[in-house]
Design a protein around this ligand. Sequence first.
Ligand code: NI
Length: 255
Amino acid sequence: MLFDTHVHLNADQFEDDVEEVITRARDVGVENMVVVGFDEKTIKIAMALVEKHDFLYAAVGWHPVDAIDLTEEYLTWIEKLADHPKVVAIGETGLDYHWDKSPKDVQKEAFRKQIHLAKRVKLPIIIHDREAHQDIVDILKEENAEDVGGIMHCFGGSVEIAQQCLKMNFHISFGGPVTFKNAKRPKEVAKEVPINRLLIETDAPFLAPHPYRGKRNEPSYVKLIAEQIAELREVRYEEIAKETTANAKRLFGIS
Ligand code: NI
């Protein structure tokens, strides 16, 4: 059994065939998936999908690239949704210094507000970190995010950054990049993370793993992530599948 902890079945890329994509994932053993909402439209679609399928769960939050659009009304709405029994995390939130739609100070403010929200509703946080490793760690520390912990999604930082996140009660999740031939750092970190803090994800439709790199990603490919990590750690695939699934269920409170 596999658990895809981060998938955007709510993205436009799946508009025409989402049910087939879900079926293919289930056919290769993906038991559960967390559909991650990151703005008004994708949160609404995520909620509709989890109402329809009992094995799907949702995360609700606001993407750092769009932090400039996050209003108090949206924050209140997200906080209300957090009460829904199938909402298992707040996010994705975080910092993204690759794109400049939202200035850094606006991103940081939206990030802090969502950490506060997650602590009020007592849900783990899903962190998006692009080219912002140290600022993310500093804010998580300053806001005592370890009270709720969460996930460093599609982790691309160093072993040192991973260790700081682990100390703060966070899990480290790997996606497609860990399979890329030239991805030295994720491969290094994937070997070091304690087995009880390791998670897998696709971030589909983005970041498809090798040999689908550049194509549309989908949750059935999470199997390739588990296989790559098993190879790196020199353990059996079944062990990675079992442990990462158990970790995800424990973190999200799914029995
Ligand atoms: Ni994402």
